[in-house]
Each structure stands twice: as C-alpha cells, then as structure tokens.
Write a protein that binds this ligand. Structure first.
Ligand code: FAD
Length: 475
C-alpha cells in the first residue's frame, strides 16, 4: 500500500500514510480496497448510472467489528464517509468521491425465528434475500416493491410497499437495531435502549450511525397473495385515476393498489399493437384470503374496459419481484416526488399532461398509496413524518444516453413544480435526488427539530453527512 490522499469532511485533502492504512487493513476480517484492486469497481457501482464516484478507500465489511474500525478510522482522520447497503438510493449517497466508503454489501445474513416471528437481518441483505428466508416459513416484513433494493437504506428511510397498509411501514416492524455510532461505539437501539436514537433511526435516514443488524417483527403472509396488473388505454386514464381514488377510500387494509403511467413495455400478456403506447396500469395486491381478495379487488377491476387483467393468485415472493425487470440497475435515473393527502382533479390533469409528453420509453409516473396500519401510528412516534393516508407520487425519469439527461431531468422537475401547489409538503426522503438539499426540513415536517437534537447528541461532527442530511442542532 502507498500513502493516499483522501477527501476530508471539510472537502479538503489529507495524506494518510501507508503505515496507517495498512494498520486499518490488518484490523479487518473483510477487505480494504483501493482503485488498483479488482473488486473496487464492483463495490463503487450502484443502481443509478448517473452516479460515477471514486472513493479513495473502500472498507468491505465482514461484520460489526469492521464497521467499528472503519468509523473510528474515518472519525480520527476526519474523512468524508459514505455508507453502502444495497446501493439503490437515487441520490447516490452510498458512494463518495475521494473519501472512505463503508461497504456493507457482503453482510447479507438473515436469521429467522419462525416460532417467535422475528428476523435478524444484516445490512447488505436485499429485499429478495429477506423474502426468501422469511417466506420459507410463510412470514414476511413489509418492505418495498423492487426486490433488489437494500433493506438497510429502505428501513432507515421508512419503507413501504404491498403489505404496508396491513402491517405498517418497515420501521413500524423494527424492534431493535445494532448501530455503530459516530464515536465508533456499537450500541443497541430499541424502545427501551437508547430510545431517542431508535426514534431517529426509524425514518431519519443514515444520519445517526451505521446499522449492523436489524431485528424485525414478522407477519403471516401468503405463500400466495392475490396480485397482478390491470392495464388500461391512456384514453381512459382520467376516469381510471378518479375511480381508483374513490375505490381506495373504502379499501380494506389487506388491499394496496398503485397506479403507474408510462408507455407499454412489451409484456407478453399485452397485445403487440399496444407496445410503446401510453397506458395506465393499476398494480394491486391483496395479502389476505384469496377469495376475500377477489371481492375486495372487484371494484378496481370493474373500472372501464381494460386491455388486460392479469390479477390472480401468485406467490408473494414472485409478486415482490414483479417490477424488477423494469427497474434493473445500469440506467440513468432522476426522480422527483411529492406526498399528496388527496389526489385532486387538478393533480390528475397535470399528471395526464406529463404522460402526454413523456421524454422516453422508460420514463414513468408511479402513484403509490400508503395508509391503513401505517396511518394509525402517531406522527411523533417515529421520525417518519407523514402518517395520514396519502398518495406518494414518484416521477421516475429513466433513460440510457447522457445526451438525454437535460430533457429527462427537466421533465421530472417540471411535473414536480406543477404539482407542488397540491402537495402535502412532507416528502419521502428515500425518493429524493441529491440536488434536494434545501428540502430536508420541510420533508420531516414537525419531526425535524427533534432530529437535529438527536443528531447533535449522536453525531455532533456530522460524520454521517452523505445522506438526506440533518444538520446537528447548534449548541
Ligand atoms: C428501483 C427502486 C425502487 C424502490 N422502491 C421502493 C419502495 O417500493 N418502497 C420504499 O420504501 N422505497 C423504495 N425505494 C427507495 C429505497 O428505499 C431507497 O433507495 C433506499 O435508500 C435503498 O436502500 P439501499 O440500502 O439499497 O441504499 P444505499 O444506496 O446503499 O444506501 C442509501 C443510504 O442509506 C443509508 N444507509 C445504508 N445502509 C445503512 C446502514 N446500514 N445504516 C445506516 N444507514 C444506512 C446511507 O445514508 C446511504 O447513503 C426504491 C428505490 C429504487 C431504486
């Protein structure tokens, strides 16, 4: 190893001696990577191809002790730090330029206690890893809709998907977490141990430390759920969206339905003449009894005359992966998002206008619906700020060529701006791109002040700043 010049917290440079770096390497059970090592590129490559950063040093952790060594090394040398779980965050905060990257991607173990309905999960596990182990016992944790997402970043941001209305957000099922804090200590956070840290970890993002193990409560789910897509022509989109909105008003907690607008991909069940045409899709999942699901989804499936209705019994693990082929890594991506407490007629009109002007075949608008059990938790019970039943609009601009960057980003920003007057003000931090640094306080609403206080207590130096950053409250 040679001496290395690394980026500091203050964006300067510090030269670290070969001796100091070798000493760090000698402490690790995992590995220490620089750009001359073969796995370096794999470790720094993340889901969003817009992000191309080169850390000065990567600690590929094998366990909590490696995380402790990495955090202490970064703190003692005041190095810029990034923390990688599954590497999915749109903002690219898992990777830094020139600093030290703590790579947790090899820590993937999931241990299930089926009788106690508990799972212990390491931070490199993906949602697919977790589903695989829990579904072996007919159990599940509510998570997100793309199985290659990392459990770590998803959980610390909140986490919602197909069974959230029944069982709450991912964080509502978090019982405890092992955390390496900024001073390099491993602490346990739960309702009774470091409760303020536990409060902040549930929605406050990566600001408060590095989680080395999550303990989740599990629920009985599946192994089959009633799930699938109902695809409508775009000419019916206004009616579909309005009836979708009305139907959800009386939906049972078991039923979740999201609306997706985009050009039709060449899905095998869609007649070829629809491929490439604008469509509106109702994607739904009923996580209880299949027959009850047929009744509960009937109203949504009776809207107008769809091009295709492929809702039916499906293994829960398969439905959790249904969107994976459209969300593969390696494309260029830019997102904009709002929470809406209601999907107003005006908002619907703006969404439809944006779909008429899609800048590319992979660009889409997702409207997720979150509520039910997650809405029955007090706003101040966790750091996650939006507890009313609400819609989450996520504008996914997605494309392949750098030449399309501006058109796609402008489209997403334009839609965000046009719908802002109708939005709730809060936002899901896990959907925020890296340029939204001025939106964090509003995103957290009334929980922001307490977050700044917990940040001051656990990370006064703001060592963990490569995230949707909460600054420590001034003393
Ligand atoms: C295609 C796609 C679909 C998605 N769908 C959903 C969805 O349905 N529901 C949903 O809720 N979200 C969804 N998300 C958002 C997702 O929750 C975030 O991108 C999340 O940050 C991903 O976690 P990760 O571990 O993969 O991310 P990474 O990029 O590895 O990490 C993101 C940030 O999380 C923090 N972090 C990571 N690991 C740790 C740790 N061990 N301890 C503390 N902090 C840590 C760090 O600040 C890091 O910068 C989706 C994202 C994508 C790209």
């Amino acid at each position: 190893m040679n001496d290395l010049s690394l980026t500091t917290l203050e964006s300067g440079k510090a030269t670290l001696s070969a001796t100091a770096i070798d000493a760090l390497g000698a402490q690790l059970r995992g590995s220490l990577l620089t750009e001359s090592d073969a796995p370096y590129d794999e470790a720094r490559t993340i889901w969003n191809a817009m992000i191309d950063r080169r850390p000065g040093l990567i600690v590929r952790c094998a366990g909590a002790a490696d995380v402790v060594s990495a955090v202490r090394f970064a703190r003692d040398n005041r190095l810029l730090v990034a923390v990688r779980g599954g590497g999915h965050n749109i903002a690219g905060s898992a990777v830094c330029d020139g600093g030290l990257m703590i790579d947790l991607s090899q820590m993937k173990s999931v241990r299930v206690d089926a009788a106690a309905q508990r799972a212990w999960v390491e931070p490199g596990a993906t949602l697919a890893d977790l589903d695989k182990e829990t579904q072996a016992f007919g159990l599940a944790v509510p998570t997100g809709i793309n199985s290659t997402t990392g459990i770590a970043g998803l959980t610390v941001g909140g986490g919602f998907g197909w069974i959230t209305r029944k069982f709450g957000l991912t964080i509502d099922n978090l019982l405890s977490a092992d955390v390496v804090t900024a001073d390099g200590e491993l602490v346990r956070a739960s309702l009774t141990e470091s409760p303020d840290l536990f409060w902040a970890l549930r929605g406050g993002g990566g600001n408060f430390g590095v989680v080395t193990a999550f303990e989740f409560r599990l629920h009985k789910v599946g192994p089959e759920v009633l799930a699938g897509l109902v695809v409508h022509p775009f000419s019916d989109a206004e009616t579909v969206l309005k009836q979708y909105r009305e139907a959800l008003g009386s939906a049972p907690d078991e039923l979740t339905c999201w609306a997706v607008m985009r050009q039709a991909p060449p899905l095998p069940f869609l007649p070829a003449e629809w491929h490439g045409k604008e469509i509106v899709v109702l994607a739904m999942c009923y996580c209880g009894d299949i027959q009850a699901g047929e009744a509960a989804t009937a109203r949504l499936r009776a809207i107008r005359k769809p091009i295709a209705d492929v809702v039916g019994p499906a293994p829960f693990t398969a439905w959790q992966q249904a969107f994976d082929p459209l969300l593969t890594p390696g494309a260029r991506n830019y997102w904009k998002s709002h929470d809406f407490t209601d999907l107003s007629d005006e908002t619907i009109q703006i969404l439809l206008g944006a779909v008429r002007n899609l800048p590319g075949p992979e660009c889409e608008i997702f409207v997720g619906h979150v509520g039910g059990a997650s809405g029955r938790v007090a706003v101040d019970a966790t750091a996650f700020p939006q507890r009313s039943s609400h819609f989450v609009m996520n504008v996914h601009a997605r494309w392949r060529e750098a030449a399309s960057d501006q058109a796609c980003i402008d489209w997403a920003r334009g839609l965000y701006k046009a719908t802002k007057p109708y939005a709730a003000g809060t936002a899901y931090i896990n959907f925020m791109p890296e340029d939204e640094t001025d939106r964090i306080e509003a995103a957290y609403g009334t929980n922001y002040q307490r977050l700044t206080e917990v940040k001051r207590r656990y990370d006064p130096l703001n060592l963990f700043r490569m995230n949707q950053n909460v600054k420590p409250k001034a003393a």
